[in-house]
Write a new protein. Sequence first.
Length: 131
Amino acid sequence: SSIYYFWKAHDRTCWDSPLFQYFKDSNLSLTRFAMLPKMRYLYSRAYFSGIDMSQFDFIGDYAKYAEELGRLGGKLGVQFDLEVRLNVTAEHLDEAQIPVDERAAAVNTEYSNLSTILKDDIAFYEKYKGR
């Protein structure tokens, strides 16, 4: 849902992407957005299609952000500042005039549908996260 709200927060003129333009013109719901083939299979077919995931030295689990950042830092020999957060969608919510409560309610209401729609990408993530 973060891409959905990130896109929703930006004006149509921000990117010259046909998919983004379609999204802005169509005023899609979160569920309809997830049903778009490019979004539905974003990780399993677009970003990592045909990629041998074992070639990555690190694949984090975002649900354990602080722990995983520490694990990555250990592998790299650096200590990350947990307070630094870049490209955070919440910073753009005021622009989109989408209250955080509304955003959470939409996600809770549509979670079951999204789990079904995004099952391939969810399975892909579950298989490789935390490695």
